[in-house]
Design a protein around this ligand. Structure first.
Ligand code: RP5
Length: 161
């Protein structure tokens, strides 16, 4: 199980770090690279080919501003591509969201929320869980921990009122 995370700039890494950590926590191998659809288009194309050859089955692409990275990666592979629009000034991510989500019919990108790194990792994990029962078990544990946390928060809140 391997996921490739591509970022348009190293400045996107602080937002994407939780995705790397979560994938590793689930036992997914992660390859991370910086490659820009606009600044280094050849590097993007080469990376997609190399990552597929080295076993990456899912791509996560994070970019800000006129964020074409996820769409360009999706144009080079039929493997699932998950897009994470990154927030930046002056439009605070709306620019990247629209650039990532509005793909033409035929070349899909599964677009997450602005800065939605954790959900990108979880979506990739859900894809791996289809064919890997141990990942599926970990995912169900993760969900049930989330339920426990909310129950605890609810209890703590009610004690304060
Ligand atoms: C995008 O431009 C990158 O993904 C980043 O979010 C944004 C700014 O990049 P830097 O100028 O910080 O390298 O391509």
């Amino acid at each position: 199980m391997k996921a490739a995370i591509v970022m348009g700039s190293d400045s996107d890494f602080p937002i994407m770090k939780p995705a790397v950590d979560l994938l590793k926590e689930f036992g997914v191998e992660v390859e991370v690279t910086v490659a820009s659809a606009h600044r280094t288009p050849d590097r993007v194309r080469h990376f997609v080919r190399q990552a597929r050859q080295s076993g990456a089955d899912v791509f996560i692409a994070a970019a800000g501003m006129a964020a074409h990275l996820a769409g360009v990666i999706a144009s080079y592979t039929s493997a699932p591509v998950i897009g994470v629009p990154i927030s930046s000034e002056p439009f605070r991510g709306l620019d990247a969201l629209l650039s990532t989500v509005q793909m033409p019919s035929g070349v899909p990108v599964a677009t997450m929320a602005v800065n939605g790194a954790k959900n990108a990792a979880l979506f990739a994990i859900e894809i791996f869980a289809i064919s890997d029962s141990s990942v599926k078990r970990k995912l169900l544990d993760y969900r049930s921990k989330m339920v426990d946390e909310i129950e605890n928060k609810d209890r703590a809140l009610k004690e304060k009122i």
